[in-house]
Design a binder for this molecule. Structure first.
Ligand code: HPA
Length: 281
């Protein structure tokens, strides 16, 4: 939990200044895309202007999750300059929430207007088919460590932020429209956040279904809360890489998640590229 707010803001601004300096020869992007499982190939579709290793950015953690590289790319995609976070930070890696969401705060200070979060998740809604995509409309995170606990940083946002539109409805419509126009199957759905790293039990999945969740995963929600706290518009998309615990009768495995994320990769990347082309700030 943050205790010294002044020191924390200084740390965020130190990281932002480092990125500004490193990219002083180009206009700073207004959109940041976070590459979840299966989106890795998007990094090779970008005309890279700068690639900054997380370990070189003061205050940045280093991502340890499998399949998550650790670099911030600034580059051109679909006619726009973008930030690509090639690797993110999860609570299950052992970081406190202010570290998981540190990069979001930095993006906010750099003037980013839109955060596009992508992830892999388990399908809870039985109408979902692996490896289809879901445009996230809302989330459930009752059991999560609260992201905004501790003294509020007024420069970032208000003490009690409204949560009715954490995921910007217009951006969600844009995701769905892009998918429709590209002939990609997509649903809208509610994402349930679990802290991990263990997958859920079948009983937890039945409980989450009763509560109204369509899919479940271990990322995205902390970042979405921090971003919306700062007034950054959030879009989020999930790839259903497996049916959630207890549905198929088979044990869940990381390999299944990675294999199915890779199968959806062409669609996921095409959709993000089209989204960036259409987005207006
Ligand atoms: N549960 C939690 N996280 C996940 C899953 C799941 O079934 N699939 C991919 N990430």
């Amino acid at each position: 939990m943050i205790t010294d707010t002044k020191e924390f803001v200084k740390r965020v601004d130190g990281a932002a200044d480092y990125i500004k300096q490193a990219a002083s020869d180009c206009a700073l992007p207004q959109i940041c895309i976070v590459l979840g499982s299966g989106l890795g190939p998007l990094a090779s579709m970008v005309e890279v202007l700068h690639e900054i290793s997380y370990k070189d950015i003061p205050g940045f953690p280093v991502s340890t999750a499998p399949g998550h590289k650790g670099s911030l790319i600034i580059g051109n995609l679909s006619g726009k300059t973008v930030f690509l976070m090639n690797g993110r930070f999860h609570y299950y890696e052992g970081y406190p929430m202010e570290t998981v969401t540190f990069y979001v705060r930095v993006m906010g200070r750099l003037g980013v207007k839109v955060l596009f979060l992508t992830n892999a998740s388990g399908g809870i809604n039985l109408d979902l088919k692996v490896p289809e995509l879901v445009a996230i409309t809302d989330h459930i995170s009752f059991n999560a460590e609260p992201v905004l606990r501790g003294p509020n940083i007024e420069e970032f946002g208000t003490r009690f932020p409204d949560q009715c539109h954490v995921y910007d409805p217009a951006l969600t419509d844009t995701i769905v429209n892009c998918a429709r126009d590209l002939g990609i199957r997509i649903s809208r759905g509610v994402y349930a956040y679990t802290k991990g790293p263990q997958y859920e039990t079948p009983a937890e999945i039945r409980a989450l279904r009763t509560m109204g969740a369509d899919c479940v995963g271990m990322s995205t929600v902390p970042e979405a809360i921090a971003a919306s706290h700062m007034g950054i518009r959030v879009a989020a998309m999930s790839c259903i890489t497996n049916m959630a615990a207890g549905i198929s009768g088979n044990p869940l495995s990381e390999q299944e998640v990675l294999d199915n994320a890779a199968k959806a990769s062409d669609n996921s990347c095409a959709l993000v590229k089209e989204f960036v082309r259409r987005i207006e700030f």
